[in-house]
Design a protein around this ligand. Structure first.
Ligand code: NDP
Length: 247
């Protein structure tokens, strides 16, 4: 069934972003993935089929974001869904993290989310409806070793979600957040596969005793993006096999 909805997924060429874009495309939502690696992004777009489009952009270049959003609005007439998924992480001893490394992670994971959300929300404001879904992490609430900037950026994303939810509610724009646990993508699997002790520790703390699938996150994101969540805003949903219960 055609929906005539338009979505944007940042970092949609891999991992969770690809799974989210796949779900949206399968629901017949025209989906723009934003990626910075040309080959990877084109291949992902091809694999997603006819509902997918791509835009090549490094989100740390904030100055071009308004033009990108203007381009999509001009082409489609409306933007209904924004998924702020792109993110980077770096595991490093606290004392070794340089100021510039700290700032790079905050810039990618937080500042670019604010800028793209502001631009998309100004389109949604005119429509008096829209849904924005941010991707946080368990690192927002847990003390995870050696990821200071990542943890700070994800805690800030949860604060940003609640603040935006209040500011944008008068315009019918809902803002929610999915907080994944350990999901099988490059970001998590590589780190855990290289560290079997840590993997064992993570699994022993996860009541469902397994890592999550990217599709587990995509289903939760789709719920928030859909009309099924029309009375839901400002919430944070952990999808983590029960890890955050404190088992
Ligand atoms: P991946 O590393 O597999 O994918 C990250 C995506 O973000 C890639 O498409 C990457 O593009 C894109 N990206 C990163 N920086 C930029 C940038 N400056 N401009 C444009 N695109 C960019 O990670 P995941 O799929 O695992 O993670 C997705 C989100 O989920 C992140 O926000 C992450 O923090 C969060 N998350 C993931 C968890 C997990 O277990 N996997 C757990 C908790 C949270 P490129 O390949 O070109 O770099």
């Amino acid at each position: 069934m055609k929906t005539n909805k338009v979505a944007i997924v940042t970092g949609g060429n891999a991992g969770l972003g690809f799974a989210i874009a796949k779900k949206l495309c399968a629901e017949n939502i025209r989906t723009y993935i934003i990626g910075r690696n040309e080959e990877k992004t084109k291949l992902a777009c091809e694999a997603l089929g006819t509902n997918a489009n791509y835009i090549l952009h490094d989100l740390t270049d904030l100055s071009k974001i308004p033009d990108i959003i203007h381009h999509i609005k001009k082409k489609e007439g409306h933007i209904d869904i924004l998924i702020n998924n792109a993110g980077i992480n770096m595991k490093k001893d606290f004392f070794e993290v340089t100021t510039s490394e700290f700032q790079d992670i905050i810039h990618t994971n937080l500042t670019s989310v604010f800028v793209i959300s502001r631009e998309v929300a100004s389109v949604m404001q005119g429509q008096l409806k829209g849904s924005i879904v941010n991707i946080s992490s368990m690192a927002a609430i847990y003390g995870i070793p050696q990821v200071p900037a990542y943890s700070a950026s994800k805690a800030a994303i949860e604060g940003l979600t609640r603040s935006m939810a209040v500011d944008l509610a008068p315009y019918g724009i809902r803002v929610n957040c999915v907080a994944p646990g350990f999901i099988k993508t490059n970001m998590s699997s590589k780190a855990l596969d290289n560290d079997p002790d840590r993997k064992h520790k993570v699994l022993s703390r996860t009541p469902l005793n397994k890592l999550g699938e990217p599709s587990d996150i995509a289903e939760a994101v789709f719920y928030y993006a859909s009309e099924a969540a029309k009375y839901t805003t400002g919430t944070i949903l952990p999808i983590d096999g029960g890890n955050s219960i404190g088992f």
